[in-house]
Design a binder for this molecule. Structure first.
Ligand SMILES: C[S@@+](CC[C@H](N)C(=O)[O-])C[C@H]1O[C@@H](n2cnc3c(N)ncnc32)[C@H](O)[C@@H]1O
Length: 203
């Protein structure tokens, strides 16, 4: 975005006057506001998360940010138990108190016993940290391991950042299509360049 003359004068002054942590906090608050208005996010919060909440069980939410903080109580509102994980120590404050792991998703199966979770919800992590195909495959294998047989996996991913994860042979061999809402096993949000895929671990 181009700055006008006034803005270009104010920005360097702001940098000198406002301490860096405050500037970073303000940037994060602005980002959270922007994400909450995204059509893909609105679909997630209004339809997808309530569908997983209705299924209940033990749910792992992957990737914690300011705007995801309320998801734990949303997911647990029908008696489910929500856990969270993120690789960044500083993101634990946005995870579930007493039920949060600081860990790398690609090796989460080294931390969590096989077959521990009914659902794993992995949204916006591929392309935002888990970027390479080998690391995405490792993450898929690790998530498959910690899911119970028949357990559910949500994969939310940006079409402009990530190659279709369903093209992995592993996904085809280890998972089947799922439909936790009435809208089928894939929801595309073209205006947000976003896709939600719904999978179930084979029994
Ligand atoms: C763009 S944010 C997405 C957050 C959230 N899941 C959402 O729905 O928007 C990506 C998050 O994934 C986390 N992350 C990146 N790589 C990771 C990894 N290897 N293991 C666990 N978390 C990771 C980042 O720290 C960040 O909080």
């Amino acid at each position: 975005m181009r700055m006008n003359i006034l803005q270009s004068a104010i920005v360097p002054i702001t940098r000198k006057v406002v301490p860096r942590p405050v500037r970073l906090w303000a940037k994060d608050v602005r980002n959270a506001r922007r994400v909450r208005r995204n059509p893909g996010r609105i679909l997630l919060v209004n339809e997808i998360l309530p569908a997983y909440a209705a299924l209940g069980g033990r749910i792992l939410w992957v990737g914690c940010r300011r705007y995801t903080k309320e998801y734990g109580s949303l997911l647990a509102r029908n008696g489910g138990e929500c856990w969270t994980t993120d690789i960044e120590i500083s993101h634990a404050k946005w995870g579930e108190a007493g039920r949060h792991f600081t860990w790398d998703l690609t090796s989460i199966d080294r931390l969590i016993a096989a077959g521990s979770f009914d659902s794993v919800l992995c949204n916006g992590v591929f392309g935002f940290g888990v970027d390479t195909r080998p690391s995405q495959l490792a993450a898929l294998k690790a998530m498959g391991s910690i899911l119970k047989p028949g357990g559910r996996l949500l994969l939310g991913w940006n079409t402009d950042r990530v190659e279709d994860p369903l093209t992995f042979d592993f996904v085809q061999s280890a998972f089947v299509a799922d439909a936790p809402t009435a809208r089928g096993s894939r929801m595309a949000v073209p205006e947000a360049a976003y896709v939600y895929d719904f999978l179930r671990r084979k029994e």
